[in-house]
Design a protein around this ligand. Structure first.
Ligand SMILES: [Zn+2]
Length: 680
């Protein structure tokens, strides 16, 4: 596979929106900004194929050659995220039907039925033609299929037919489907494959709007869950059609498609098996906690078990699609770019290089603003970062983080929890992941995000927030891990159901009952204003006294576990809320409610310190530290997210500051929003 020669720096470029004289000015400005890579043509299908028989690559040849003359690498996109108007007109079957049963009309983007044979035929044909034409082009470095797949769950007749085939392949018989979806409930028994219809607002699905948090709910979790799986698979097939065509023609060029972090509609772990290098688009809100951004980088890195990924998109300044699109303050763009590198990215790419002048992205930031020249704050900051990245050369490329702690994440579990009717509409999976991740983040302890059936042998501490669904081989995997000496942490509402959202009978947490040494009899859901408390029986690290808890409270009984804390109030006062179970050589903990942040922080800190898991460097609050390793070298990233300067005492004087080329002494001072990369 062709590897990246340097940190890729640049991003999405839309020369098809501009006259050719602007292209030359762009080349000058790219050079001035230190840009070495452009991504194109992401949305040019209409230009590349003006009708069914005609393909026109002249303009793309011209721009590709110009890019090569200017020594720019190309992340070559297949342009298949928005089909041309003639295609929707001539083949209306390509247009999807939404969850409300409305047939959509042409427009927007990713507005096609994922099971449309017409879409698949034409998208694969275009990808093939692009691959044949540019396979030997000196600029071609990496492929970019489609764009931000996943907003097009479809409920059309065509998808209904394919869903029946999908279910047949998975379950074999209609009797088995009835069993897996528990169709004897409400007399939903299916007699024939044709009785299966996509779960939509016309039948099982409805919009739950309690408390201002609208979400898609369902009367039948089994079919709804499988429809998500089927849609994720169907959309993946669109990607795979193009992937196979390109792979056959350019076997040495890496292929990616840009993902979106904690994006619910697609099971990215499953997708990642078919992607050569993960790439993703990082668009946090200005007021997002830094740990939430770090978590998403780590999730993306975790999709391919730690392999470095591409930061495919971020804005140089502001977004356009959020409710309030604040500017990134001076220094923040560079700081957040270093954060991506710090968590395993090998690229820093923007959307977009030149700001478009019409339609919805005209107010989305760009390296080249509407002013059209280089005398802008944003351009200056981009050019400065470009200079700095040159100093890193190819040093960090391919280097990896090393984590002894992991957090389990699972899309099926996410879908199942939030399709669940009860116990609380406030239970949101990603929020729970974020809470536990933040405890590690605040301690600057590296964490891998892993799937529940991942090999856990590299870790000594694994946390599985709300592992509601226990899929095949997961309980074994956890038991193995703990019995060999691992420390496992589970939280409330865990182990209730199997992969079809059918309850494991005999007491929760079902298959995890033995390793956790408890059984849960009931789960109380608290109104948002109601709290209970966790009362520590004795000190546990820095934890002592009382901590607030809420949301859900499991009422549990000890089997082999012992109680470390009990509930303070209500009819279950005195019942265990925090338990510890010895299992083989390891320990398993259960947190039966949703505790305040200081409890989670103290709890994780103690488990880490017992296992000698610590931050490589002690830093003040608001400063992030990570390390990447390669060939006996260590690259340390220190990011000051504070607005003010900080001073750090270095325990080791062998560090060299890669951005200044100078040695680092006993004290390192970082200005507000400053990042450094150290080497030793
Ligand atoms: Zn469809």
């Amino acid at each position: 596979m062709k590897e990246f020669p340097v940190i890729l720096y640049g991003g999405d470029y839309n020369p098809d929106q501009w006259p050719e004289e602007i292209w030359l000015e762009d080349m000058r400005l790219f050079k001035k900004a230190g840009i070495n890579t452009v991504t194109l043509p992401v949305f040019s299908w209409a230009k590349l194929q003006p009708d069914e028989e005609t393909y026109n690559f002249d303009w793309l040849d011209k721009i590709m050659n110009l890019l090569a003359e200017n020594n720019l690498h190309v992340c070559l996109a297949t342009s298949t995220a928005a089909q041309p108007a003639w295609m929707s007109r001539k083949y209306p079957e390509i247009l999807p039907t939404d969850i409300q049963g409305r047939k959509r009309t042409h427009g927007a983007r990713v507005n096609f039925c994922p099971n449309s044979k017409v879409y698949r035929h034409f998208s694969v044909k275009l990808a093939t033609k692009l691959a044949e034409r540019y396979k030997d082009h000196p600029s071609l470095l990496v492929w970019h299929i489609g764009n931000e797949y996943g907003g097009n769950y479809c409920y059309c007749e065509n998808c209904a037919r394919e869903f029946r085939l999908w279910a047949k392949k998975r379950y074999g018989s209609i009797e088995e489907v009835n069993k897996r979806w528990n169709m004897s409930f409400w007399g939903h028994t299916l007699y024939d494959w044709d009785d299966i219809v996509p779960p939509s607002y016309l039948n099982e699905m409805f919009k739950d709007t309690w408390d201002g948090y609208p979400r898609d709910s369902t009367c039948f979790q089994g079919i709804a869950l499988d429809y998500n799986r089927f849609m994720s698979d169907s959309i993946l097939e669109c990607y795979l059609g193009e992937y196979r065509a390109i792979r056959a023609i350019t076997p040495d060029i890496q292929i990616t498609t840009n993902m979106m972090g904690t994006f619910k509609p697609l099971d990215y772990f499953k997708w990642a098996e078919h992607i050569d290098i993960i790439s993703w688009d990082n668009y946090p809100s200005a007021n997002d906690h830094m740990s939430n951004i770090a978590l998403r980088h780590d999730l993306m890195r975790g999709l391919k078990a730690g392999k470095p990924f591409m930061l495919m998109e971020q804005t140089p300044s502001q977004q356009n699609w959020q409710p309030f699109n604040s500017l990134k303050r001076p220094g923040v763009m560079a700081l957040w770019s270093y954060q991506a590198l710090a968590h395993g990215a090998d690229t820093v790419l923007f959307f977009q290089l030149r700001r478009s002048f019409g339609a919805c992205e005209k107010y989305h930031g760009a390296v080249i603003e509407h002013a059209g020249h280089e005398n802008t704050r944003v351009f200056r900051e981009c050019a400065k970062l470009g200079e700095e990245l040159k100093k890193l050369g190819n040093s960090i490329l391919g280097s990896r983080l090393k984590a002894k702690a992991a957090i389990m994440f699972d899309w099926d579990n996410w879908w199942a929890i939030e399709f669940s009717s009860g116990p609380s509409i406030h239970l949101r999976y990603v929020e729970q992941i974020e809470k536990y991740y933040r405890a590690f983040y605040n301690l600057n302890i590296p964490v891998d995000i892993v799937r529940p059936d991942s090999d856990l042998s590299d870790y000594s501490l694994v946390v599985a927030p709300v592992l509601y669904m226990v899929k095949p081989n997961v309980a074994n995997n956890i038991e193995n891990f703990v019995s060999k000496g691992g420390c496992f942490v589970a939280t409330f509402f865990t182990g209730l159901v199997d992969e079809n959202d059918l309850v494991t009978l005999g007491g929760y947490p079902g298959e995890l009952r033995e390793v956790l040494g408890i059984w849960v009899e009931e789960t109380d859901a608290l109104y948002p204003e109601i709290k209970n408390s966790i009362v520590m029986e004795k000190e546990f690290g820095s934890l002592s006294g009382k901590y607030k808890c809420g949301l859900l409270c499991d009422l549990l009984h000890l089997e082999t576990a012992k109680a470390l804390a009990v509930y303070e109030k209500d009819f279950y006062a005195g019942m265990p809320v925090l338990t510890e179970n010895s299992f083989g050589k390891g320990k398993a903990y259960y947190i039966a409610s949703d505790p305040e942040e200081s409890f989670i922080g103290g709890f994780i800190e103690h488990l880490c310190s017992e296992r000698d898991i610590s931050s490589p460097i002690k830093v003040p609050e608001g400063v992030e530290v990570t390390q990447r390793y390669k060939d006996h070298r260590v690259y340390t990233f220190i990011l000051n997210h504070n607005d003010y300067a900080v001073e750090i005492t270095m325990n080791d004087k062998q560090y060299k500051n890669m951005l200044t080329g100078t040695g680092v002494g006993h004290r390192l001072e970082l200005k507000g929003k400053e990042a450094v990369v150290l080497e030793k």
